[in-house]
Ligand binder design. Structure first.
Ligand code: COA
Length: 380
């Protein structure tokens, strides 16, 4: 094996196939996204987040019995060590939920019964545990920062309903529960996106699941990735507050060479199939709750950006108005992305470790020519 490579990678590794995987299929030209080969549209129409988790972690759809087994395990893991709650309470008042989540997830390892184990079954157990815990951390921290009591989980509820209960202090309507459930399905996995790649790189050093998921959360935070949904809503809010024309606002951003959050995608050259569902959800939820203005604004912006820049809306564009109508604060949007994506991250970590090799690419060196001379400090 040579110690150097002559192949130069495109910037941002665009188009580079960096691993094999049996989890997620994407056809960027046809706008297809499928988990384990099952189209995301079918899953959004018929599945639940729990069933989708099973599909991602175990590679097939569960039988009724297998599904209820997983639901019971997820419900049984709805507990946080008091040390984590203390940590949430000790976060400074200005701490961003995404930063608190990153730190708390790292700290979950202190209390994990399988902390020292990195085998397949231990990592499946950690996937289940962390899926329940991440939802609880996001909800509990939001309550704590608002001076409210932390709500006890309800083991009889679905993952989506329990999250909304713990966030809002009351059981959600069936419509709200199903809307969040679909959003969780749509966000669950997306092949080698930046955060999943980060998780796999960390896992491949034979570190551990908590380190891998902490790496992933750090990567998800950025506005070019999961942070875009927050940025979208900040635009909608600014336009609404100023009574401005949404199209003129976005035209102004483009004139300043700013990117419009929620548009464009590295892989899709057509509509992001997740946006197809979220657009309808945002419209229907808006109409039923008397908050159509967010969807109206979004549709105007979408039509303009498409005409002006030939860019399609991505997953983050309509999830912004959807989450807002569900009563989720804007700085929780990216943490809610993590509430779902933990399922995909964990599936990829498990897959990576089932057939591991260290991920260690090379860089094309462009610095001063070797050998460069070391000059003593008093001669510089
Ligand atoms: C998703 C994203 C990071 C993909 O980036 P990428 O594959 O590296 O594409 P680039 O940033 O190189 O963009 C290619 C061209 O399209 C333009 N473009 C891409 N997304 C754009 C956007 N949202 N608004 C305006 N212009 C955009 C770029 O300015 C660039 O134009 P240029 O060739 O004239 O310089 C990018 O589209 C983006 O920043 N979108 C906004 C953030 C977002 O929504 N992220 C969530 C993704 S799910």
């Amino acid at each position: 094996m040579s110690s150097v490579t002559t192949t130069q990678s495109p910037k941002g590794l665009e188009g580079i196939v960096a691993t094999t995987s049996k989890i997620c299929y994407i056809d960027g030209d046809r706008g297809v996204l499928a988990y384990r080969g099952i189209d995301i549209h079918e899953l959004a129409d018929h599945s639940t987040f729990e069933e989708t988790c099973y599909l991602l972690w175990f590679g097939k759809l569960p039988t009724r019995e297998e599904l209820s087994g997983l639901q019971a395990r997820l419900a049984a893991e709805r507990k946080l060590d008091p040390g984590i709650i203390t940590m949430l309470r000790n976060a400074p008042a200005h701490a961003l939920p995404m930063d608190v989540l990153r730190t708390a997830v790292s700290a979950l390892s202190f209390y994990d019964p399988d902390e020292t184990k990195n085998d397949h079954n231990a990592n499946v157990a950690k996937a289940i545990r962390m899926t329940s815990q991440i939802a609880m951390i996001v909800a509990a921290y939001d309550r704590i920062r608002k001076g409210r009591t932390v709500v006890e989980p309800d083991g009889t509820l679905s993952h989506a309903a329990n999250f909304l209960l713990m966030l809002n202090g009351e059981k959600p309507s069936t419509t709200a529960e199903r809307a969040l459930d679909i959003a969780l399905i749509l966000h669950a996995d997306h092949e080698l996106n930046a955060s999943t790649f980060a998780a796999r790189v960390t896992a491949a050093t034979l570190s551990d699941m908590h380190s891998a998921i902490t790496s992933a959360i750090g990567a998800l935070k950025g506005p070019l990735h999961g942070g875009a949904n927050e940025a979208v809503f900040r635009i909608l809010k600014a336009v609404d507050a100023a009574g401005a024309d949404p199209v003129e606002h976005v035209r102004g951003m483009l004139a300043q060479k700013k990117k419009i959050p929620g548009f464009g995608h590295r892989v899709y050259h057509t509509e992001d199939p997740r946006a197809t569902h979220l657009r309808v959800m945002s419209r229907d939820l808006g109409a039923s709750s008397g908050q159509s203005k967010w969807n109206d604004m979004s549709q105007k912006i979408e039509a303009f950006v498409k005409a002006e820049k030939k860019l399609n809306a991505n997953v983050d564009f309509y999830s912004a108005s959807t989450y807002h109508i569900l009563g989720i604060d804007v700085d929780l949007f990216t943490p809610v992305f993590a509430v779902s994506r933990i399922s995909g991250w964990a599936a990829h970590v498990i897959e990576q470790l089932d057939d591991n090799r260290l991920i260690r690419p090379r860089a094309d060196y462009l610095g001063p020519v070797y050998p460069n001379k070391y000059v003593a400090i008093d001669q510089r």
